[in-house]
Design a protein around this ligand. Structure first.
Ligand code: COA
Length: 261
């Protein structure tokens, strides 16, 4: 059942948009309403030229996202579930999003929450965060890309361990195996994540998009094809005003002024 209040709020800090899931009493579990509101905000922010970078997080001190909302699974038929997993899927929209998206992981990051974080471009975690794919304990497997994205991030053995045991790991171990990129003292998580997000958002939006396109291509292309693709995109940058501006600004020892063209 839908909640009357919005369950995702968007704040702005300069060129950064922060999307916060606001169901702390349910550990920010991903209900259908959360997924629908996330998709709506992502669509709006994609077309908002004043936004250069997105940060996704959970409200409260305890959880980023503790998974799909398990209460919605009860009594569902396979076709009901198939309908709930209709396109566009949040995980895929995030994984192919043209602007940088940072997961700011402030607590439990489990199941669909861990999968959502893996769809983001970077994972920055509080030292209190915990990670896991506990679906096996419910008689389920990950359904938001976990069996595909986790082995690509941490290798097959670690992915097998996490998905087959349902065990949770703490932030330092998540960093050690490559599931998170940075671990930050809990009280500094927001400041440090937003500092990085602002630096990214201050770059040319056009060049950020091309850089992401090339990086993401590495997930599907063989190295030889990827290198050729990168070369073509690199040469394409020479057609942009922002590349001319970046080079001139460096040579003239001044800050560049990007136009996104
Ligand atoms: N879906 C729906 N509700 C959830 C939830 C989820 N994934 N995760 C937590 N909640 C709810 C709990 O039911 C509880 O609600 P209630 O107060 O109405 O009973 C509330 O959030 C707080 O959770 P609680 O279990 O009391 O907190 P805890 O600190 O004892 O345990 C966890 C925290 C994360 C270990 C535990 O909540 C948990 O195992 N959650 C499910 C994780 C999971 O299996 N995710 C994959 C789903 S496919």
């Amino acid at each position: 059942m839908s909640e009357a209040q919005p369950v995702v709020v968007v704040e702005r800090e300069g060129r950064v948009a922060i999307l916060t899931i606001t169901r702390p009493e349910k550990l920010n579990a991903l209900s259908q309403q959360v997924r629908d509101e996330m998709l709506e905000h992502l669509a709006t922010l994609e077309n908002d030229d004043s936004v250069g970078c997105l940060v996704v997080t959970g409200s409260g001190d305890k959880a980023f996202v503790a998974g799909a909302d398990i209460s919605e699974f009860e009594g569902r038929s396979p076709m009901d579930q198939r309908h709930a997993m209709r396109f566009p899927r949040l995980y895929d929209v995030m994984a192919t999003y043209p602007k940088p998206v940072i997961a700011m992981i402030n607590g439990f990051c489990l199941g669909g929450g861990c999968e959502m974080s893996m769809s983001c471009d970077m994972r920055i975690a509080s030292d209190r965060a915990r990670f896991g794919q506990p679906e096996i304990k419910l008689g389920l497997i990950p359904g938001g890309g976990g069996t595909q994205r986790l082995p690509r991030l941490v290798g097959m053995g670690q992915a097998m361990r996490l998905i087959l045991s349902g065990d949770m790991i703490k932030a330092p171990e998540a960093k050690e195996i490559g599931l998170v990129d940075m671990v930050i003292p809990h009280d500094e998580l927001r400041t440090q994540t937003l500092e990085l997000a602002q630096r990214i958002a201050s770059m040319s939006p056009l060049t950020l998009k091309v850089a992401k396109q090339s990086l993401r291509a590495s997930e599907r292309l063989a190295i030889e094809e990827g290198i050729l693709y990168e070369r073509d995109l690199f040469c394409l940058c020479f057609s942009t005003d922002d590349m001319k501006e970046g080079v001139s600004a460096f040579l003239e020892k001044r800050a560049p002024e990007w136009t996104g063209r």
